[in-house]
Design a binder for this molecule. Structure first.
Ligand code: FES
Length: 81
């Protein structure tokens, strides 16, 4: 399986509006599904999409306004759990 990439915006707007929680959700998801070795998880700087944040990217896809329930849905769809 090819290595997948998840990056989460750590800019102050995205971080305070949800990515602080989303960060832990992604970490827990990867750990619980045994995906830590197959997924590179990193932070990224603000890319001036703050008004559409919190922003999370998975491979070349950009997800906007990612709240907790949307994030679970995205992760399950992306990783087919
Ligand atoms: S803080 Fe995330 S796009 Fe600006």
């Amino acid at each position: 399986m090819a290595v997948r990439h998840i990056s989460i915006c750590m800019g102050s707007s995205c971080f305070t509006r949800g990515n602080n929680t989303n960060l832990e959700i992604v970490r827990r998801f990867l750990r619980e599904r045994g995906l830590e070795a197959e997924v590179v998880f990193s932070g990224r700087l603000c890319e001036n999409m703050c008004n559409r944040g919190p922003v999370i990217c998975i491979d070349d896809k950009v997800y906007e306004e990612v709240n907790e329930s949307l994030l679970y849905k995205i992760l399950e769809e992306e990783f087919e759990c």
